[in-house]
Design a protein around this ligand. Sequence first.
Ligand code: GLU
Length: 285
Amino acid sequence: MPKIPTQTVTRFAPSPSGYLHLGHAHSALFAWRAARAARGRFLLRIEDIDNPRSDPVFIDAILEDLRWLGLDWDGPVRHQSGQLAAYAAALEGLRKLDLLYPCFCSRAEIRAEIAASGRAPHGPSGAVYPSTCRTLSEDVRAAHLAEGKPYGLRLDIAKALASTGPLTWIDRDKGKIQAEPLAHGDVVLARKDIATSYHLAVTLDDADQGVTLVTRGEDLFPMTDIHRLLQALLGLPVPQWHHHGLLSDEHGERLAKRNDALSIRALRRDGKSAAEVRAMAGFPD
Ligand code: GLU
């Protein structure tokens, strides 16, 4: 039987914690062009699980700025805040596999533990968690739980990888990549405050929405190690990835760090046309 070609599905997934700026425009146009060039679908997802930082005002502004830039998207906009039940179900699956443990540590306690150990291994997502809560005795764990001490859930990375075996993934730019999830340490899959995390939510939503090509900035390249592992653990389809370069200014400073003068709003106010802003974002017509 001839194989039915899979339609390309890409997405842009901004976090509504500020106005879109040129770096976002680059990312959005990159995903949109990839979909349209392949006669595929382009989805928009609002990653609004980070309650303290997400603001509905920014959601409206993001949609408006994208439309102004000339982008259109297929189907309804997904909001991660509406997917909490799916995240909880996946966590339950991982809990049944005995791959999660509650972590009661505060950031300050983690810092103190690292300082006391005299070692500060750094992974792609920052200081590697010293696994303090993985080895808590059952009694101590039970006491913390009984006391109502707040906790997040961490993935036992070594155990998880042992259960899947070595994993690879395909980056359209860099080719076949060996996933190195161990370097990250035991990542948080459910934060104390939101019962999910970037890693879990992004992986589940990309699978659920049928995304076949994940495009995003190269700053997120190392995170794919974790997402690939989660896909294997949860039996999810494996997309391809294309991590794009980040825009920088004439001093070589990354634009993604600067939200002010280069926000799409400010450029609009300054009288720039959509075509000019698209060109500034690296996509001249
Ligand atoms: N929401 C993330 C961000 O704005 C993007 C996540 C992703 O593309 O994987 O940085």
